[in-house]
Structures are given as C-alpha cells and as structure tokens.
Design a protein around this ligand. Structure first.
Ligand code: T4K
Length: 375
C-alpha cells in the first residue's frame, strides 16, 4: 500500500530565475528609472525571443489573452472564425471580445487538435479565419490547415500558448499561419510571471500590434485607433530574459519525467498515454492520459478524486469544453452531436503533475498509486 504524499504534488511549479541574477537586473532597472512602456528590457527580450522562436518579428504583451485579442484586430478578423472547443477559455473569449462569432470544429482523436477534415463544412460567407490551437504543445496539421485557408482566402491565427520552442521537421512552430500567440503565464514551461507574445509572418503587422498594445498611439500626439493596454513591464521582461537561459534544461527534465511516466504506465489497461509525434521537437508542457472506464475500472473523475486523496493534484484540462460553457452552448456549432470526438476526449483526459523540479521518486510513486487503484 503506497502512502499519500504529505505535501500536495502540484500539476506544475513555475520555473524560477536565479535570485542573485535577478537582483542584478533589478538594479539596472532601478538605476534606469524606466519601469514600463517599451523599455530596454522589453526590447532585449523581444530580440532574444525572436532568435529562440525563429521568428523575425515578435511583440511581447502583458498576457497571452490580450495578445490574442490584439491579434484578432491586427488581422482585421470579423464575422465568424472557426476554432476548437478543446482549449482554455481564453482562446474562444478572445473572439467573443472582438464581437466575432466562434464556430466550433471537432477535433482529432489522437492529437486533440482541430480536425482539418471537418473545417471546410463549417466555412460560410462570413468566415474570415481559422483559429487552431496546438493543444498541449502538439502541432496541428499545419499543412492541411494552410491549404484550406489558401483555398478560401482565410487568415490563420495559431494559439500556440503551449507550444513554446516546438518544431515541425526542424521548422519553428511560429513559421506557420499568419500569426501565432505564445502564453508566458507562470504555469507555462517558459514564462514572464504573466505575459505573452505574438509572432508575425508579415513584416507590416508588428507595427500595428505594438500600437494597439499601447492605446493605439503612434508617437505622443497621434491616436490611430482604439487600442488597449497590453504592455509587458521591465521587471517581468527581466524575468523572461533570465528564464530563456534555463528553458532548455527545463524541457530536458520534463522529457525525462515524461519518459518515466510512459515506461511505468505503458501496460496499464484502460490508460492511453500521449506519444511523441513523428518529426516533431516536443516541449513537454503537460503529461496527459486518457481513461477508458470500462478497461481501467474507474472513470476519469473517480481517478481525479482518488488522486486528490493521495495529495496528487491532477487537472482535467480541458473539461468542460468551451462549446459547453453557458455563454457559448446555444451557438449551433456547439451542439454535442456535432462535436462527438471533442466531448469524448474532454470526458476522459487527465493531466498529471509535470515540471522540472518533480522528483523521479515522486513520479514512480504517482504511477504506483495509479496502478494500485485499478480495481
Ligand atoms: N490559450 C490557451 C490554449 C491557454 O492554455 C491559455 C492559458 C491562454 C490561451 C491564455 O494565456 P494567458 O492569458 O494565461 O497568458 C492556468 C493558467 O492561468 C493559464 O495561463 C493557462 N492557459 C491554463 C491552461 O492554466 P489554472 O486556472 O489552471 O491555474 P492554477 O492557478 O490553478 O494553477 C495550476 C497549478 O499551478 C496549481 O496547482 C499551482 C501551480 N502554480 C500556479 C501559479 C499561478 C504555482 O505553483 N505557482 C503559480 O504562480 O490556469
């Protein structure tokens, strides 16, 4: 009988910068007296991130949600946008905040990403774009999506909140679509405490995004359009600069833990494990399992509850589906009958603890508990 953990084992713990290095950065900010509004640290961070993410043009923001809201404006999206219901609320809310109608598309059973084969049937005269999400850092079928977008003259805005550093056949994930949004929230593998970024595949878009994050100002006396305040401050940018030096080691640790989980849980009947995709350089942001209640003997919700009794904090990302939120469920495309795969997936997935400081012994113990629970 494996004992419960004495302290909670969290689904994630943030990557932290070296405190002494941060003090040096803070002293530099203090002596400059520039705390926000596109200061030295933000400019340095944008340059370093552009190199890391393989994108010539990048803008950073106070969070990923505001970045996505601004991206919709930059691309002049309106009418209807086709997206996935299997995502965090922020994806769909960003459309709604721009008075755009989300149109929900079903997902693929293996990757949990938008199913490109279901997109065309949802396109109407009002469709202006596709907003796919690289869920859990697994790249969407970028080729098929672009083909559809080209055929119908649609924009593609990727929610790459989970996909920091991911590559497809050596190509950075930011290279696909018109724009991509990355989240730098503390729960992400790379972060600026709160923060986000947009990468652009058209050199003219950055200028407008930078203006929109700063109230629509161009210079001190010109306001071109109604912008918002989406600026990242200098202290958070300093955290970002320091964490960029640590993120590769974090990804390596997470890969190792993912392999431990995979080895230990591979033969458990009723548990399906997430797998690496061919040609993809993964970043291991989440470790997701799927529960088949008939074969495992417990439902996903029962396992979730039981893990809590052992002080293991798992999460049902992404349950409930966005299409089942009260604010979206009356949209025709939100009907459960139109999203059979997404509903099935949302009812059976569970994300287990995964972060760079999670001890190998703890992973082994979590796996023993999961195996021991099977009736
Ligand atoms: N698109 C997608 C696909 C997204 O997943 C997200 C955000 C966005 C867009 C929007 O990006 P942002 O605007 O957030 O940049 C978290 C995050 O708040 C959210 O960023 C993230 N996705 C979402 C999937 O997860 P919660 O509500 O699950 O976080 P919370 O507070 O329950 O924390 C989870 C665990 O992390 C806890 O067990 C404790 C630990 N934790 C958390 C924080 C914040 C820490 O140890 N330290 C911390 O500082 O939403």
């Amino acid at each position: 009988m494996v004992e419960p953990f004495s302290e909670p084992v969290h689904i994630t713990r943030p990557l932290l910068p070296d405190i002494e290095e941060l003090k040096v950065m803070l002293e530099s900010i203090w002596s400059s007296n520039q705390l926000s509004n596109n200061g030295k640290m933000v400019k340095q961070l944008e340059l370093e991130l552009a190199a890391y993410l393989g994108s010539e043009q990048i803008s950073v923001f106070s969070n990923g949600t505001v970045a996505l809201q601004i991206a919709c404006k930059v691309l002049r999206l309106e009418g209807e946008v086709i997206t996935t219901p299997f995502t965090f609320a922020a994806t769909v809310h960003s459309l709604a905040w721009n008075n755009i109608k989300p149109v929900f598309c079903d997902i693929e059973e293996d990757t949990f990403n938008i199913n490109p084969d279901c997109i065309e049937a949802l396109i109407t005269q009002d469709t202006t774009a596709i907003l796919p999400v690289h869920v859990f850092g697994n790249p969407c079928n970028v080729k098929k999506i672009q083909k559809i977008a080209d055929k119908y003259n649609l924009k593609v805005l990727y929610d790459a909140a989970h996909a920091f550093g991911v590559k497809v056949n050596g190509k950075p994930i930011a290279a696909f679509g018109d724009m991509s949004m990355f989240s730098f929230h503390a729960t992400k593998i790379y972060h600026t405490i709160e923060g986000g970024a947009l990468t652009f595949n058209n050199p003219y878009l950055k200028e407008r995004a930078d203006s929109l994050r700063n109230f629509g100002l161009r210079g001190t006396e010109n306001v071109m359009e109604p912008g918002t305040n989406g600026k990242l401050n200098e202290v958070q940018a300093a955290v970002g600069i320091l964490l960029l030096k640590k993120v590769n080691a974090e990804i390596d640790c997470r890969k190792k833990i993912t392999e431990l989980y995979r080895n230990s849980l591979k033969d458990v009947p009723g548990i399906t494990l997430s797998q690496d995709m061919e040609g993809v350089t993964h970043n291991y942001p989440y470790f997701v399992i799927r529960i088949d209640k008939d074969k495992y003997g417990l439902t996903r919700d029962m396992l979730y509850e039981k893990l809590q009794q052992y002080n293991i904090i798992s999460r049902k990302y992404f349950y409930p589906l966005c299409s089942n939120f009260q604010c979206y469920r009356d949209i025709p495309s939100a009907a459960e009958s139109r999203l059979p795969v997404a509903n099935r997936v949302a009812d059976s997935v569970l994300s287990l603890p995964l972060h760079g400081r999670l001890a190998e012994d703890d992973v082994a113990r979590i796996c023993e508990i999961i195996k021991g629970m099977k009736p």
